[in-house]
Design a protein around this ligand. Structure first.
Ligand code: PDD
Length: 287
């Protein structure tokens, strides 16, 4: 069951006009929110980032946070899995094709849910494979926009050579993955690129840095040069749907000793413990 502009319906029945500006221009933003045991994880943070994205494209938020919370709750209840990921999408609505913002048009609001499956155990024990590519996206990568053509093409470069993700480099520095954030580990130091207009401010990225702070893991948030990525002892990938994953091969060469490292094991365990704690406690998570 999905939600579209005020109504709940099976996805097969959902229709949007071809003149929707999401379809014509990619003029919209989205969020992906993980749900564990039927409770959204870090909902306030996701809604804050949604507001940031809407502000970035100058589109008024069609709902208050508590309205969003209510809609998401209903979608969760109407779908089968206990663990889901919610996809929430807002476009500038339906109007005659013209680049200028239309006047007096309601935004299109769409929410769907899919089962959230844990990554295959094999990926966690052997690690994922990645390639690198020049980051050729625009300069507002902090906006979670639905115009994902560059990300799609960059990710496909990895798929075409049997890899899972593309690590992006811009002018000699690492930004993020095609659909994930990337951390670099050198010995026992965890390195994260700074949040700015060149990367999406990941919710999982924030959790990892919070855990590092709380548990005394030495870490630095600073620009990461390409050679640091290439000589890393470990590379970690984070996203709401993949949580934390080790990257053990980059551009056909092994990362460190080619096996998931100690930093990965530690952060993975801390992340699972944190998730369990938040899901049991609830307070941090509700609006
Ligand atoms: N993508 N960077 C990019 C470009 C992303 O698309 C994503 C997530 C992230 C990680 O952010 P978070 O930890 O908040 O999920 C970073 C989602 C999962 C997607 O597009 O499906």
């Amino acid at each position: 069951m999905i939600y579209l502009n005020g109504a709940f319906m099976p996805i097969e029945e959902a229709r949007i006009p071809v003149l929707d500006r999401g379809f014509i221009f990619g003029d919209g933003v989205y969020e992906v929110i993980p749900v564990y045991s039927r409770r959204p994880f870090r909902l306030p943070e996701h809604l804050l980032r949604l507001q940031h994205s809407l502000d970035g494209i100058r589109l008024r938020n069609p709902h208050t946070d508590s309205e969003w919370g209510g809609l998401l709750e209903q979608i969760i209840a109407r779908n089968h899995s206990d663990d889901q990921y919610l996809y929430l999408h807002v476009t500038r609505g339906v109007a005659r094709r013209d680049h200028a913002f239309p006047k007096g048009v309601s935004p299109t609001v769409f929410i769907m849910s899919n089962p959230l499956l844990p990554p295959p155990a094999e990926l966690l024990t052997t690690g994922a494979t990645a390639i690198t590519a020049e980051d050729n996206r625009w300069l507002r990568c902090d906006i979670k926009g639905i115009s994902l053509l560059p990300n799609v093409l960059l990710r496909q470069m990895a798929i075409d050579v049997g890899a899972m993700e593309t690590v992006l480099l811009r002018s000699g520095f690492m930004t993020e993955g095609a659909a994930s954030n990337i951390f670099v580990v050198k010995k026992d130091l965890l390195l994260a690129p700074p949040k700015n207009h060149l990367m999406l401010p990941g919710i999982t990225y924030d959790v990892v840095l919070e855990l590092a702070k709380e548990h005394g893991i030495t870490h630095e948030v600073r620009a990461i040069a390409e050679h640091e990525v290439r000589t890393a002892d470990e590379l970690l990938l984070t996203s709401s749907t993949k949580e934390i994953m080790p990257i053990t091969r980059l551009d056909g060469r092994q990362v460190g000793d080619g096996r998931p490292g100690i930093m990965f094991s530690r952060l993975y365990r801390l992340y699972q413990e944190y998730k369990d704690k938040v899901m049991r406690g609830g307070a941090i998570n509700t609006l």
